[in-house]
Design a protein around this ligand. Sequence first.
Ligand SMILES: [Zn+2]
Length: 216
Amino acid sequence: MAAAVALGVLLGCDASPPAVPDTVTGRVDAVPAETLQQDESTAVSAVDTFWRTHFTELTGRPYQSPRVAGGYTGNNGPSCAGQPSVPYNAFYCLPGDFLAWDDNLMASGYSQIGDSWIYLIIAHEWGHAIQARLSADRVSVAAELQADCLAGAALQGAADDGLIVFEPGDSEEIGQTLAAVADDYPWTDESDHGNARERTAAFNAGTAGGVRACTS
Ligand SMILES: [Zn+2]
């Protein structure tokens, strides 16, 4: 994905389900820190703008941006309710209403899969902040799959609003990211987040049906 101002190749959005390979292969080039930070800030800005524009109209409730504590490394991140940050993690802290992620998690996914990794993780964690802003009866017990759905709705909505542009390969990258985070990280065991197929279906429900498809 890219910022809409950086007009690259525009293919529109591929609504077909992304392929989910069993293994993640691809480039392992180092990603320049600047590129990573640019994508992180584009993702934050696009997702926040989408929600600020649409949350109230869709839910009748007020929207305030969560705080973005941003990147940390290892145990040096912000603590959440007294718990230290976890290496290779990304999280939304409910009591503090902030998002944070380990830079090494972002960099490794970026180099192995692509920039969609960044967008999806930020949009997913933002989805948890959205759950905290919904009325309780709109929050799914399958909270992780709902966060994936909200991520799909926000990224598709941001593209529809011209905030970001989907590029060739994004759809595959998103499928690979969902597969990787479904089973490759200690912080996302399947019982917690759903398997790759469930996660992809949830994301696609959000891209196809928008926010209401995730909250009804
Ligand atoms: Zn989550």
